[in-house]
Design a protein around this ligand. Structure first.
Ligand code: UD1
Ligand code: UDP
Length: 360
């Protein structure tokens, strides 16, 4: 059995890391194909270094562009690699353009596709990620659903039960495997001169939030209200998409918000674990806060992670400044006694065990 892992962005590297470790441990034949969707050091290489992952065998260096440019270049580059490698199965993770291109190029070459983190649905086709998820799920052969909620979504779309394997989410593996390492190796609080529970952490990068001037302005106003009311600084490792828009729209960063460059996973985990609360529109961060028992306020109207709402770790507030501050007030007072619905940290093992048994 020869496996190709196709990845291209920060969250895919993090969420594929336990699978790559498992492939190494089992001495299975595999290679990593990187699309180059993310290429800046702190969105890409830093994670290979920190998580001690072998470098990709191929990087097709597509870079940034419109959705069609990114996806089109990826399809062409991925097809070339897969035509010369004798691959039995391709694994993709999540909902990015890389995932769509990886699954589509493989399916057209009649190579089996395994979709890790399958079945998530926001039911909002205004998100590019929702389109990527739906298409990828429907052309995949093995659907590794993190939870029963995700499995139900797939069944409701008529996908065959036999293709669905509930495994938990590999983000739990990544959090459990790296939290202790983070404690030993990094000290970001000291570096930023912050004390535990005396700051908030923010990440905002979704296209539908930051590419619209009024929405981004509202989010910054919300941050200003929050800093004023709670007298806590907001640490904000800013995604390059958001940075580009801030400059283009000439928006001002409120006093109390401390912008920093995107940081490595170890430092980010540490910041999350010690924060009083996290404000985000990231998918992975909604999960990590739930796992780490840190309250989360999500600046979106919907989420493909409803498990976090059900257990009470997360609240949706949209981008209205008053609603943002109301959400923070409510979530700061929240008892942190919820259960983690995303699995026990053995998802990578479960996926590999299944594939070995499947005899491809
Ligand atoms: C992509 C994913 C999103 C995911 C996010 C993870 C899609 C449709 N979107 O969004 O689901 O949550 O990655 O972070 O696939 N840029 C850099 N350096 C880089 C990469 C990007 O500066 O290494 C800048 C460029 O200006 C680029 C912009 O960020 O135009 C957006 O990058 P892109 O990969 O298109 O989308 P993301 O917003 O990163
Ligand atoms: N992350 C990181 N450094 C940062 C911000 C985020 O390592 O400065 C990690 C975070 O811990 C999570 C992942 O990046 O595992 C989330 O990625 P992102 O928010 O870009 O994408 P999404 O999950 O929304 O697709």
């Amino acid at each position: 059995m020869k496996i190709s892992i196709i990845l291209g962005t920060r969250p895919e590297i993090i969420k594929m890391s336990s699978i790559v470790r498992e492939l190494e441990e089992r001495s299975l034949d595999y290679f990593v194909l990187h699309t180059g969707q993310h290429y800046s050091y702190n969105l890409d290489k830093i994670f290979f270094e920190e998580l001690e992952l072998p470098l990709p065998k191929y990087n097709i260096d597509v870079g940034s562009g419109t959705h069609a440019e990114e996806t089109g270049k990826m399809l062409i580059g991925i097809e070339k690699v897969l035509q010369k490698e004798d691959v039995n199965i391709v694994l993709v993770e999540g909902d990015t353009n890389t995932v769509l291109a990886g699954a589509l190029a493989s399916a057209k070459l009649f190579i089996k596709v395994g979709h890790v983190e399958s079945g998530l649905r926001s039911f909002d086709r205004g998100m590019p990620e929702e389109i990527n998820r739906v298409i990828t799920d429907h052309i995949s052969d093995f659907l590794f659903a993190p939870t029963n909620v995700a499995k139900e979504n797939l069944l409701n779309e008529g996908i065959d039960d036999n293709k669905i394997i509930v495994t938990g989410n590999t983000i739990v593996d990544a959090v459990y495997q790296n939290l202790e390492i983070a404690k030993r190796k990094v000290d970001i609080l000291n570096k930023l001169k912050m004390s535990p529970k005396k700051y908030l952490l923010a990440t905002i990068h979704r296209q539908e939030n930051v590419d619209v001037k009024e929405k981004l302005q509202n989010i910054l106003d919300g941050f200003r209200f929050v800093c004023n009311e709670f007298d806590l600084p907001i640490i904000y490792p800013i995604h390059p998409r958001t940075m580009k828009r801030l400059k283009e729209f000439k928006l001002e960063i409120p006093k109390g918000v401390k912008l920093v460059e995107p940081i490595g996973f170890l430092e980010f985990l540490q910041l999350e674990a010690q924060a009083a609360l996290v404000l985000t529109d990231s998918g992975g961060v909604q999960e990590e806060t739930c796992i780490l028992k840190i309250p989360c306020v999500t600046l979106r109207d919907n989420t493909e992670r409803p498990e976090t709402l059900e257990v009470g770790s997360n609240m949706l507030v949209g981008t209205n400044p008053e609603k943002i501050v109301d959400g923070v007030r409510m979530m700061l007072n929240k008892a942190r006694n919820w259960d983690n619905p995303f699995g026990d940290g053995t998802s990578g093992k479960k996926i590999l065990k299944f594939l070995e048994g499947a005899k491809l």
